[in-house]
Design a protein around this ligand. Structure first.
Ligand SMILES: C[S@@+](CC[C@H](N)C(=O)[O-])C[C@H]1O[C@@H](n2cnc3c(N)ncnc32)[C@H](O)[C@@H]1O
Length: 322
C-alpha cells in the first residue's frame, strides 16, 4: 500500500478528506436513523466527498479464532488517532454485538487492494442511507486508497443524498430480501414502499430491462438487437429512476449504434457512458477506457458495423401485414 500514489505522490490526496464546508448536513429520518441532506444544489458529476478509510479489515481475519479476531479489531481501533476514533464510535451499530465488529458489519464496503478483497469503513459514506433509486454513486480508487461519492443527477437543497447498498436492478422482493438478510433492515425507500400495483408495474419494467439486455448481448448472426430496442432500454432506466446506473445502458446504446454503423449516435452515447460509468466505476475502469476510445473513433471499435444488414424493424416497412 505504501507504494500507491496515496503515499508516494505529493498532492494525490488534495481532493480527499476535505471536511470544511461540505455540500450536505446530517439529518434524522424516522425509521432510517441519520442520513445526509444536500445544503446546496448539486449537479450530475459533482463530488460530494471523498475519504480514506477509518479501518480496513482483511477477510482472512475470519480464519482466526473469534476471540482473536475481535481482539485484533479492538486493537486496530484503539490505536487510531483520537479524532478518527471519535468518527468510528459515532457510527451506527445495527446488530448490537461486539461494538467494533458491529460497526464494521453495519458500515463496511468491499474494496480491492492489489487484487485482494477487503472491508473498509469510511466516515461520511457510513452516514448515507440506502435507496433502491439513489441519486449518488460511489467507487473505490486504489491509487488514492479513497472512496469517492458523486451526484448522478441534480439534487436540490433539502433532498436526502442516497446510494444503493446492493445490485438494485432487481425486482422488489429480491431487493428487500437481500437488504434484510445482509444488512438487517426492511427497506423503506419509495420504490419498495410503493402501492402493490405500482410495485408490480416496476417489476415488469425490471424484467423488460433484463430481457432487452440479454437480447443486446447476443452478438451472433441471429441477434434481434435493434436501435429501437436500446432506445426502449434507456427509457425503461429513466422511468425506473435508475439514473445512477445508466452508464451501462449508455454503453449498450453506443455499441448498438456502432454495430449499425451510425457514427454520430454511437459517439453521443459513448460520451454519456463515459460520464456516467466514471461516477460509479471510477477512473481506471475498463469500460470507461473502452467508451473513451469509442467516442474518439467508433470505426476502430470491435462492434463497428457488426450488425449492418440485420433487420432493423419488426414487420413490413409500409405498416400493413402482407
Ligand atoms: C450505513 S448505516 C446508514 C446511516 C444510519 N442511518 C445511521 O443512523 O448511522 C446503515 C443503516 O441505516 C438504516 N437504513 C439505511 N437505509 C435504509 C432504508 N432505505 N430503509 C430503512 N433503513 C435504512 C439501517 O438501519 C441500516 O442498517
Amino acid at each position: 500500500m505504501l507504494k500507491k500514489p496515496a503515499f508516494s505522490q505529493p498532492g494525490a490526496l488534495s481532493r480527499i478528506n476535505q471536511h470544511s464546508n461540505p455540500p450536505f448536513e446530517e439529518q434524522d429520518f424516522p425509521g432510517k436513523g441519520r442520513g445526509i441532506v444536500a445544503n446546496k444544489t448539486l449537479h450530475r458529476g459533482d463530488q460530494i466527498f471523498a475519504s480514506t478509510p477509518l479501518v480496513i479489515s482483511n477477510p482472512l481475519s475470519y480464519n482466526l479464532l473469534e476471540s482473536e479476531r475481535l481482539r485484533l479489531g479492538h486493537r486496530g481501533v484503539d490505536t487510531l488517532p483520537t479524532d478518527t476514533q471519535k468518527l468510528f464510535w459515532k457510527l451506527l451499530d445495527h446488530f448490537k454485538g461486539d461494538p467494533v465488529d458491529d460497526r464494521i458489519n453495519t458500515n463496511a464496503f468491499d474494496i480491492t487492494v492489489n487484487k485482494v478483497q477487503q472491508y473498509a469503513v469510511m466516515p461520511e459514506i457510513a452516514m448515507m442511507n440506502h435507496d433502491c433509486r439513489p441519486n449518488a454513486a460511489y467507487f473505490w480508487d486504489e491509487d488514492t486508497l479513497s472512496h469517492y461519492v458523486h451526484a448522478t443527477q441534480t439534487i436540490y437543497p433539502g433532498e436526502e443524498i442516497t446510494i444503493t447498498y446492493i445490485n438494485n436492478e432487481r425486482k422488489r422482493e429480491a431487493r428487500m430480501k437481500n437488504l434484510k438478510s445482509n444488512w438487517g433492515f426492511d427497506c423503506s425507500c419509495s420504490s419498495c414502499a410503493a402501492h402493490p400495483i405500482f410495485a408490480a408495474e416496476s417489476d415488469v419494467r425490471i424484467q423488460a430491462i433484463e430481457d432487452i439486455t440479454e437480447a443486446l448481448n447476443d452478438w451472433t448472426s441471429s441477434s434481434t438487437a435493434t436501435p429501437e430496442m436500446v432506445e426502449t432500454l434507456l427509457s425503461l432506466y429513466k422511468q425506473e429512476r435508475l439514473e445512477a446506473s445508466m452508464g451501462v445502458a449508455y454503453k449498450h446504446a453506443a455499441e448498438v449504434y456502432s454495430s449499425f454503423g451510425d457514427r454520430y449516435t454511437a459517439i453521443k452515447y459513448a460520451q454519456l457512458a463515459v460520464e456516467l460509468l466514471h461516477l460509479d466505476r471510477g477512473f481506471n475502469d475498463n469500460d470507461v477506457k473502452f467508451m473513451l476510445a469509442m467516442a474518439k473513433d467508433p470505426e476502430q471499435s470491435w462492434s463497428w458495423k457488426k450488425r449492418v444488414g440485420h433487420k432493423r424493424f419488426e414487420g413490413s416497412s409500409c405498416g400493413h401485414a402482407h
